[in-house]
Design a protein around this ligand. Sequence first.
Ligand code: KG4
Ligand code: ZN
Length: 338
Amino acid sequence: MSELVLGIESSCDETAAAVVRAGREILSSEVVSQAAEHAVYGGVVPELAGRSHLAAILPVVDRALAGAELTLDDLGGIAVTTRPGLIGSLLVGLSTAKALAFTRGLPIVGVHHIEAHVYAAAMELEDAPYPNVSLVVSGGHTALYRAESPLALTLLATTLDDAAGEAFDKVAYLLGLPYPGGPSVSALAEEGDPRAIQFTRYRAKDGKPGFSFSGLKTAVLYHLRGGDARAPTPAPESIPDRADVAASFQEAVVDTLVDNAFRAVHAEGLETLFVVGGVACNRRLREVTARRGTAEGIRTVFPSPAYCTDNAVMIAGLGWQALAAGQAADWSLDASPR
Ligand code: KG4
Ligand code: ZN
């Protein structure tokens, strides 16, 4: 069987396709982002996302195959994100994958989006270290896993409310910065003082790893209202310390993420930490994690920024692992929001 796998990703607001050989060698990667379409609404609108995936998916697959100088006949299988995500968006990718696989008699496999984010850190390494603790930080998820192998993850902790990326997106909105909030808030944070405002950090009462970001978002809101919860929210251009707010907010998020991640690594008695997902692009998070890793003798691994945010390389890569493990699906393969 050919070791070439076509990956398809459409769980949120990126339509992506990629070809990867044997789970590691990247032959092509195409990503079409819908961010600009959703920006006016300050977040992803599910109906818009589904329609845009439908328009983009076949051209994106064509470009991924052309980029790898291949046709469908060269493939050994097709991998597609089936969960979690927006159901209408997932179904666009899944039905495309099924149709293509059916016409060529190719095996098809469903991939878990979060497990694929974790695999993105392993795929670029010669000696991917397992078991490890993986911190998944994206627009939709903030969680810690113990990863025994690419296909065996156990959930250790998750967020009680918002995801870290979602907090960045909401604070960006309050500060009048464009969606997605991660890149815009972190760019403004470069000009601010991370110690200017001491936003409180969430810590679980039992001392175990855990996350919560809705209190932080509210703290930012109250700060902008001058400490008076009932005062009106000021217009972004009249906020005098916007850069300091951005930097202090980012520092609070980074502290919480790093603190909990290292606590989990030590509690599991492990020596490796993966940090993956869109928020793993964050320069300050990368810096603080690396420094702490060196100080505590923990190996820290981040994917390249292009493979932190949603992409199909990680889907094709993990899909090959699943196919190699005999986990091909049948035509009843379905999508699920959870
Ligand atoms: O993994 P991803 O592409 O999609 C989901 O699976 O959710 O993550 C997108 C999230 C967005 O919330 C975006 O604001 C955040 O990743 N993000 C960042 C940065 N770049 C992207 N957050 C903080 N700092 C960044 N540099
Ligand atoms: Zn994602």
